[in-house]
Design a protein around this ligand. Structure first.
Ligand code: C2E
Ligand code: MG
Ligand code: MG
Ligand code: MG
Length: 280
C-alpha cells in the first residue's frame, strides 16, 4: 500500500521537492496498520524526588518500531496520528498499556508509583475520553490517584469550554492533570487559574542553558514559588548533568526528570531501574 502511495517511481519524477511529502505519506499509510501489527511499545522515564531520593513516577513515552522505517520518533508520527484521527485508538492503547504496567509495578511492591501519560489535543476533544479512562482504570485495577494526564495548552486553546469540562471530570475522577511544556505557550498562567491542574512540568528549554542564563534561573525560581503558592507540584524536565541538578536544588525544585537520571527505557529495564533505586 505504501509503495502505491509513494514508492521509488514517484520519487524519481519528483526528486527532492516532494521527498518530504512522500515520506509523510509513507508514514501515514504505515501508521494505519501499526496498532494491529503490534508495532508500538511504551518506554518509561523515571521522575525523581531529589530530596527524598525516591522514584515517584514514570512517564510513558510511545515508541514505534516499523519493519521498514525502523524506529520512528514520536515527534515525526504523533502529528500525523493527530491529523488522521489515529491518535484516538493509539492514545487509548497507550493509556491501557501504561495503567497495566503500573499495576504490575504496584503488585511488585512499588505501591506509590505514579504513571504519567501524554494526551494530545485531538484526543482531548473526544467526548468519551473520561469514560474511556475510567473504564481502563477499572479494567486494570489501578486507582485513579496513580495516573497523571499530561496535556499542553494546545489541548485547551481550541475549545476552552470543553477542555474545562473534561479537566474537571478527570480531576473529579481523581486523576492528576499536569501541564506539560510549561512556559513555552502563550497563556499558561491564566490556564493555571481556570483549570484544575495539579502539576506543572517546566519545559526542558529552561533547563538546557541554566548555567549561563540568569533569565532561566529567574523563571524557574518564579515557577517553583508559583507552584508552592498554588499548591501545585513542580517537576523540571530535561536534566542532563550534575550542574543543572545542583542549580535546580538551590532553586528548591524537588522533582526532576531527564537523561541524567535515565533515558526512557523499555518495561524490563524500567523495572530493573526501580529495583536498583537511586542514590544521588
Ligand atoms: P514530552 O511529553 O514533553 O516528553 C519529553 C521528551 O523529552 C521525550 O521525548 C523524552 O525522551 C525527552 N527527554 C527526556 N529527558 C531528556 C533530556 O534530558 N534531554 C533531552 N534532550 N530530551 C529529554 P520523546 O519520547 O521523543 O517524545 C517527544 C514528544 O512526543 C513528547 O514530549 C510528547 O509530546 C509526545 N509523545 C510521546 N509519547 C506520546 C504518547 O504516548 N502520546 C502522545 N499523545 N504524545 C506522545
Ligand atoms: Mg510529557
Ligand atoms: Mg514536556
Ligand atoms: Mg513536548
Amino acid at each position: 500500500r505504501a509503495k502505491e502511495l509513494g514508492g521509488h517511481g514517484y520519487q524519481f519524477y519528483q526528486p527532492s521537492m516532494n521527498q518530504r511529502n512522500t515520506e509523510l505519506l509513507q508514514i501515514e499509510s504505515y501508521l494505519y496498520n501499526a496498532l494491529h501489527n503490534n508495532e508500538f511499545e511504551l518506554y518509561y522515564q523515571p521522575q525523581i524526588n531529589i530530596i527524598s531520593k525516591t522514584i515517584i513516577g514514570m512517564e510513558a513515552l510511545i515508541r514505534w518500531n516499523h519493519p521498514q522505517l525502523g524506529r520512528v520518533a514520536p515527534n515525526n508520527f504523533i502529528p500525523i496520528a493527530e491529523q488522521t484521527g489515529l491518535i484516538c485508538p493509539i492514545g487509548e492503547w497507550v493509556i491501557e498499556e501504561a495503567c497495566q504496567q503500573n499495576q504490575i509495578w504496584h503488585d511488585l511492591g512499588y505501591t506509590d508509583l505514579k504513571i504519567a501519560v501524554n494526551i494530545s489535543a485531538r484526543q482531548f476533544q473526544q467526548k468519551n475520553l473520561v469514560y474511556t479512562i475510567a473504564n481502563i482504570l477499572k479494567k486494570t485495577n489501578l486507582s485513579p490517584k496513580f495516573l497523571e494526564a499530561e496535556i499542553t495548552e494546545s489541548s485547551i486553546i481550541q475549545n476552552p469550554d470543553l477542555a474545562k469540562k473534561i479537566l474537571d471530570q478527570l480531576s473529579n475522577l481523581g486523576v492528576l492533570v499536569a501541564m506539560d511544556d510549561f512556559g513555552t505557550g502563550y497563556s499558561s498562567l491564566g490556564y493555571l487559574k481556570k483549570f484544575p491542574f495539579g502539576k506543572i512540568k517546566i519545559d526542558q528549554s529552561f533547563v538546557r542553558e541554566l548555567k549561563n542564563k540568569k533569565e532561566d534561573l529567574a523563571i524557574i525560581s518564579a515557577v517553583v514559588t508559583l507552584g508552592k503558592g498554588m499548591n501545585l507540584q513542580v517537576v523540571a524536565e530535561g536534566i542532563e548533568n550534575d550542574e543543572q541538578l545542583k542549580l535546580l536544588v538551590d532553586l528548591n525544585c524537588r522533582q526532576m526528570q531527564g537523561y541524567y537520571f535515565s533515558k526512557p527505557m523499555n518495561a524490563k529495564d524500567a523495572t530493573s531501574f526501580l529495583q536498583k533505586g537511586i542514590d544521588y
